[in-house]
Ligand binder design. Structure first.
Ligand code: PXP
Length: 251
């Protein structure tokens, strides 16, 4: 089913709950299959250096069993590069990683980290993997992503989601402007981080954004009404906002 706004469901925090007890429940793969059935267009999983949530085995299981594409989030390190090449996922999203952070706190510094990132982006691309860079909605970062040859950027929506009132409006404007710059630079534009039922609509209404990656809120909502229902509601809110903004849906 082709849609002009895809939903990637991030299942990292299913693994966070599993790992809290060190056993096997709840299984990220089972959550991914529920997400697939509920209308996710892709599954996203971040294999962190410290393996605090997703494990190497999770990635192997997802690659073996998913019908929708896997978006493999990773830091630009030799270890992660080798793992990506071993599994050959549909897409890799390069993210910054600091051990002490609770989540991916800011975007990748594509401009400042140009020389470090360039060989990873070209090698992953040569392997046939679609590379995206998770960056702040900032022209300098978008221009660097373009120069680096990444075909896709994912705009960090965390500052917008965390803000309120006028500051939220200001942060939202940065996303709108960045999506515009991405289009001019011919970069495919995704967005994500911190999105909820309340914050997803305006972002889904930006018609040049073609994919949203959402995780923590969906896993949290699943506690109250189930994962399937949370994903379906998110999907419906995205579709409503997109059709009100004049975007077409071919689904
Ligand atoms: N996109 C990227 C690149 C991320 O690192 C994350 C968080 O792991 C997300 C999207 C999803 O963010 P959240 O879990 O807050 O919805």
């Amino acid at each position: 089913m082709k849609r002009d706004l895809r939903l990637g469901v991030n299942i990292d925090h299913v693994a966070t709950i599993r790992n809290a007890r060190g056993g096997g429940h709840p299984e990220p793969l089972r959550a991914a299959k529920v997400a697939e059935a509920a209308g996710a267009d892709g599954i996203t999983a971040h294999l962190r250096e410290d393996r605090r949530h997703i494990s190497d085995d999770d990635i192997a299981q997802l690659m073996a069993s998913l019908e929708v594409p896997l978006n493999f989030e990773m830091a630009a390190t030799d270890e992660m590069y080798d793992i990506a090449l071993r599994h050959n996922p549909h897409a890799v999203c390069l993210v910054p990683e600091k051990r002490e952070e609770r989540t991916t706190e800011g975007g990748l510094d594509a401009a400042g980290g140009f020389d470090h990132l360039a060989p990873y982006i070209s090698a992953l691309t040569d392997a046939g993997i679609r590379v995206s860079l998770f960056i702040e909605p900032d022209t300098k970062q978008l221009e660097a992503a373009k120069k680096l040859g990444a075909p896709v950027v994912e705009l960090h929506t965390g500052a917008y989601c965390d803000a309120a009132g006028q500051e939220q409006d200001r942060q939202f404007k940065r996303i709108v402007e960045a999506a515009d710059v991405a289009e001019k630079l011919d970069l495919e534009c995704h967005a994500g981080h911190g999105l909820t039922f309340d914050t997803v609509g305006p972002v889904a209404g930006i018609t040049t954004i073609v994919e949203l990656n959402i995780g923590h809120f969906l896993v949290g909502e699943a506690i109250f009404g189930g994962l399937e229902s949370a994903i379906k509601r998110m999907r419906a809110l995205m579709d409503k906002a997109r059709s009100e903004a004049g975007g077409e849906r071919s689904a």
